[in-house]
Design a protein around this ligand. Sequence first.
Ligand code: P5A
Length: 443
Amino acid sequence: MRLSAFYLPLLKETPGDAQIVSHRLMLRAGMLRQQAAGIYAWLPLGHRVLRKIEAIVREEQNRAGAVELLMPTIQPASLWHESGRYDAYGPEMLRITDRHDREMLYGPTNEEMITEIFRGGVRSYKDVGKTLYHIQWKFRDEVRPRFGVMRGREFLMKDAYSFDLDAASSRKSYLKMFTAYLRTYHRMGLRAIPMKADTGPIGGDLSHEFIVLADTGESEVFAHRSLTELAPPPADIDFDSDLEPIFNAWTGQYAATDEMHDAAAFEAIPEADRLSARGIEVGHIFYFGTKYSKAMNLAVDAPDGQRFVEMGSYGIGVSRLMGALIEAYHDEYGCKWPVSVAPFHCGIINLKAGDASTDETCKTLYRTLEDQGIEVLYDDTGDRAGEKFARMDLICLPFAVTVGPRGLKEGKVELKTRATGEKDEIPVDKVAAIVSDRIRSAL
Ligand code: P5A
């Protein structure tokens, strides 16, 4: 992409109402634009990152055997009357009346709708043992939307729902999602710690929040420090194998949000291992048994008679993750995207647009990199060099190649690696191979 053709409206001033760094940077770097409280337009740069996050989430859901579908954002209220949640949900639900006076709503979540869909298509116990998911916008009329995409009113969520015949198979489905989540966050360069969460009336130990540690996080959390050092499951993990050992490794040590905090159990941990911190909830998974299947009559014929289907639901805050990523990766100049979610892999700065030799070198480099599948943002504008550098730092691509007439006389360009700040003078005919090597090894 040539910068002259891209839409990148940077802000000079730091917006006054943005209190945390991710919100400030997303506005300043032209990724996001507020349309109403907690409602944002995703500008091209932000949209590219959002799509990358979404793609990783999707790949890991598919790898775990979940099946994608797409449900609408608008739902009929009748589904929620059936489950009994229409009145219980309260003012967070955006209720709408259509022209025929039918009660509708903008979905805050999809347990009811997916139960209705599954109910319409299964009869026998042989039809269950499935997990369905979608990645769709949700609306929750939060009292205090804040911190940009962290607590929005409209936000993008991946929500999966499992359907099983009995509690033991439902636990297996839960463990698959649990394992997939560890991999998902890891691939984005994030360490999310699963923490015990409130299971409500269902009981048991099967509800976890996935928390990324960050000082600006809204959740107060307590954990055994060793959980910050555990290795994530490998890419070739067999989801049909026994996942209990992974679950045990990650849940065997104390980790809880403040709602579930047990001060005595935490005090029993040696002081040096006690971690008391703030965090961002980037995912939440639940086992809720037959709560919705009973309320909405989702039952299947089994050899021993009719059975209500056992269910669980599994959410990832896709748009919130973008905020969490910037909180985790930034410095005083701007964002420092991990390669896997960067809006572009590499920038090219032409220090003297209009100069025949820099123009030609940039163009060739741009084509060579793009031909290798590398996503390039080529700053071909006539802006001052200082402005170009600051802009590249602010939007912060993992790699930037600077091409200027002085270096070119010796056949060299400069390659900057954003994560380390390291700058190398590199022969112009080697730079494409080096950049593509570094990107591939980082992915
Ligand atoms: C699980 C999937 C659910 O809604 N039903 C379907 C269950 N869980 S949840 O914890 O309420 O939400 C799942 C994740 O969505 C993100 N999230 C938000 N992101 C941005 N702004 C919000 N207002 C918001 N509310 C929830 C969180 O990451 C949460 O873990």
